[in-house]
Design a protein around this ligand. Sequence first.
Ligand code: ADQ
Length: 527
Amino acid sequence: MIRGDDRVAPRREPGGAGRPGAAAARRRRLIVVSNRLPGPPATGPHLVGRETTVGGLAAAILGALQGRPDSLWVGWNGRASAHARGASLAHHRRQGVDLASFPLSATELEGYYHGFCNQTLWPVLHCFQGRVRTRLRDEATYDAVQERFADVLLPLLRPDDLLWVHDYHLIPLGRRLRERGWRGRTGFFLHTPFPPLEMWEVLPRPRAMLEALFEYDVVGFHVPGFLDNYVYCARRLFGAEWDGRRLRQAGRSQVAAVYPVGIDPEAWRPRREGKADADAADDDGDHATRVGDASLANIRLLRGLQDRRLILGVDRLDYTKGIPQRLQAIERFFRRRPEWRRRAVYVQVASPSRAQVPEYAEQRRRIEATLGRVNGELGEPDWTPIRYLYRAYERPLLARLYREADVGLVTPLRDGMNLVAKEYVASQDPADPGVLILSHTAGAAQQLRDALLVNPFVPADVAEGIATALEMPLAERQRRHARLMRTVRESTAEAWADGFVADLEHDAPLRPLHVAEPGLGPITPSL
Ligand code: ADQ
């Protein structure tokens, strides 16, 4: 069943009406490949509701593929299996999209996902040099898993398919496919930041990894700063030439461009005007909405018995999201502005993420210790300054939470885009909107210029932002919100996907007829 909030408008055809070859474009298939597929309906103690929106990647891509005939999304099924090698592909449909998935072995999972992806690539891409752990054995497993993805994909691909590879887990996949004869149009989108050269060179084989990225016909980034970093690396590491649109080197050329990811604003739009009647039942009356309504009383309880102002943070529990630093800012705010004690409360919703990786377990302990201390030192019998919910919520309830919040506090230390910021804006009542506080270090800050932009590393700056937001006059809140909303409406998930696919189909350079030279091949660690 398609839920009310999952319905989307009919999509524009890639390439748009009136383009030459638009009819032919309709017949091409789009094959998306990413590390993970969107999971099954949520169950378990940390998940509330039938289905969650966790992971900006899943939310944006499902939206992009819905309704596209013959679409196919291929990825790991999220499970470790003792018989991963011999396992056949499992096919199922979700929200109108065909999904094909396969398991990985426990060893592959450890070296590829927990190891090289999450402990090497992720901190490098987000410029957390001190958190980088590099084990060559993990890198070898990362390379071997690229071969597994190639094994799975090759039998599925037809020569005129458009292949769209997602994110840092699969950077070398395009090169592996080329080595095995695939010549179809292939694009890559990076959902994380692309770091400066000095940081990229922390990788064990920075040049080989960059050459693997250059193998794609189109490579996309969220914002211009990341594209600049990539182009600079390509010029410095292998002498590529750049004309503002294409990178060229040794007869090869690639479109490198910016495609800012967005959301489907309709899915987050408030159903009723005015905060006062937000607890009235929605009229579409489906199960998902009733789950939200039943819990709305709890949202009200979060404020406490009086009508306190609500400051909200919603994040995956990840060190890049800057939750401990944000809690310091909250503490500072309540210490320096005691008139707001009892009159405001901060709610942190953190969805469980990568809990097997030691850095993430440590991050959780640090957050819980900090908020315990702050609540112990500042709390009163009738007021708890910080409320903490360690779980994932389904979208209707999350939208209600956003809408109830007077302040959306989105302060990642570094982020590719950050969809929470856009979801918060889209969920507001335009007549009485809350205020978005946003890190200038998030990709989203390059688009959402009318947020209150703060430095997430400086608690005093964030605390100042909170006070400004809580005291902001209605007219200024409305003016800022209207401008933010215009950006959110112009830069949707649909526009992102259509823009990328159109470039892949119509603007990507045609590949030379020879098969690519083999790359350096995987490292075989001997020590
Ligand atoms: P993420 O790091 O996952 O995505 P983000 O863009 O903020 O970060 O997306 C998070 C998504 O998870 C949002 O859609 C949000 O609604 C959802 N979410 C978070 N906490 C939740 C909770 N407790 N319950 C339910 N849902 C929750 C990566 C990159 C980002 C980039 C996206 C898309 O790291 O920089 O914006 O991909 O490209």
